[in-house]
Design a binder for this molecule. Structure first.
Ligand code: ARG
Length: 457
């Protein structure tokens, strides 16, 4: 197949190498962005009289037709298209004839691909942010529905202190809020216009880069042509943000896998989102949670691919950089589908209130309350800690729980205990007392939910 760059070649490209080096199967995803970029580019070339008004009109017309077809998914690619840029150019020349060959004036595929990727990522960041918001809304509604349910808060996977389930869930709201903020910041560095850098050096044509930026809605233009064609930081940054986001989703899923297990039984997942076992008739598996946790690995993999891809590349552009796209696209698609599945998962979760109540009567998660009680009676915290430790020991030795202890049993450990001490073994009163800013008391959680709702408006 003839190539537009084959002037200096004595031989045609080996068919295997042609296939090996082609990226069309992957970068078709960028078709519409590539055409939009070309439309802005040709408008600019016409404006600064590098291309005649008449030729500009013809090229513009051809590109707009191709864009129409692209939006209907009607573009036809051939296996000999080297990449999306060459494919669109081939289609243009096929449509309007030789004048189409003028489109690539003052441009290289090196700045063109940077443009396409930035346009693509700008849209996808908006999309991902929208999906994060949707998941945040689900979190709020599940938290509201179960606002007053108390659960054993865990540290080291051991019962720590009673907390509201709604408070626990809203922790994920905060994590997702940071994810959105990170993406918003990342967007600042994505939304910069690279065209005009040419292959590496810039161009001798009197291009108006600001005009192209304005046409395509970029906030500004890149500063250094060499950096422009070498830089994939904006992709690394997006995938880094995505990796953190996936880590958050994965932790939520890990919690759900654990909490829905027979041993924990804090929650139950609706049948409609679980699957059975091909062998064991009794099984109901939390596959959705497991798959999100598993897909997190893919996004981490993409991040490592990109870091490894870029780490030893001499400036400026190198063909290696073509390999950034599978990693980027897979990260984008994985993050989006996992955000959707995460929302489904939460919508189909049911709290097992009875079980949670029951568990909390049989643990020591109010031990700190008793130590704090003694502190209020004048004892130093370290001494109170030791003394309550002895009470716990006593309970374990006598097969009792804190809630089983009588006033006189408490009093046998210290004269500072009064008759009201038993009330402090209640998980509800423990939760109620945690009114420090950010603490788990109902009033705080309600206020957080209100604030969260407003922030999503
Ligand atoms: N397909 C290439 C990429 O994805 C586009 C740029 C190619 N430039 C070149 N000089 N071969 O990076």
């Amino acid at each position: 197949m003839k190539k537009s760059w084959d002037g200096r070649f004595r031989k045609t490209l080996n068919p295997f190498i042609e296939e090996f080096s082609s990226s069309i199967d992957i970068d078709v995803k960028l078709a519409e962005y590539d055409i939009q970029g070309s439309i802005a580019h040709i408008k600019m070339l016409g404006k600064v009289n590098v291309i005649s008004k008449n030729d500009t009109k013809k090229i513009l017309h051809g590109l707009e037709e191709i864009l129409q077809e692209a939006s209907k998914g009607k573009l036809k690619y051939t296996s000999t298209d080297e990449d999306i840029h060459m494919a669109i150019e081939r289609m243009l020349v096929g449509k309007i004839g030789k004048v189409g060959n003028k489109l690539h004036t003052a441009r290289s595929r090196n700045d063109q691909i940077a443009l396409d990727e930035r346009l693509y990522l700008r849209d996808e960041i908006a999309e991902v942010s929208k999906l994060i918001k949707k998941l945040q809304r689900v979190i709020i509604s599940i938290a509201q529905k179960n606002i007053d349910v108390v659960m054993p808060g865990l540290t080291h996977m051991q019962h720590a202190q009673p907390v509201l389930f709604s408070h626990y869930l809203m922790a994920y709201f905060n994590m997702l809020d940071r994810d959105r903020a990170r993406l918003k910041d990342c967007l600042k560095r994505v939304n910069i216009m690279p065209l005009g850098a040419g292959a590496i050096a810039g161009t001798s044509f009197p291009v108006d880069r600001e005009y192209v930026a304005k046409l395509l809605g970029f906030s500004t233009i890149t500063e250094n042509s060499i950096d422009t064609v070498s830089d994939r930081d904006f992709i690394l940054e997006f995938v880094s943000c995505s990796a953190i986001l996936m880590m958050h989703l994965s932790r939520l899923c890990e919690d759900i896998v654990i909490y829905s297990s027979e041993e924990f039984g804090y929650v139950e997942l609706d049948d409609s989102i679980c699957t059975g076992s091909s062998m064991m008739p009794q099984k109901k598996n939390p596959d959705v949670a497991e798959l999100i946790r598993g897909k997190t690995a893919r996004v981490y993999g993409s991040l490592m691919t990109l870091f490894t891809l870029m780490k030893a590349l001499p400036l400026s552009y190198n063909r290696d950089m073509q390999e950034d796209k599978p990693a980027l696209f897979d990260a984008v698609e994985t993050v989006k589908i996992c955000l959707k599945a995460g929302a489904k998962l939460l919508e189909n979760i049911k709290l097992n209130r009875k079980r949670l109540e029951n568990i909390l009567t049989k643990d020591f998660s109010c031990a700190t309350e008793i130590a704090d009680y003694l502190v209020r009676q004048g004892m130093a915290f370290r001494d109170a800690h030791k003394l309550v430790g002895r009470i716990v020991r006593y309970c374990i030795d006598n097969k009792k729980h804190l809630r089983d202890l009588t006033c006189s049993e408490f009093k046998s450990f210290s004269s500072l205990f009064l008759n009201d001490v038993v009330a402090f073994t209640s998980p509800n009163s423990s939760v109620k007392s945690k009114s420090s800013p950010g603490g788990t008391c109902l009033k705080n959680v309600k206020a957080q939910i209100e604030k969260a709702k407003n922030s999503l408006k």
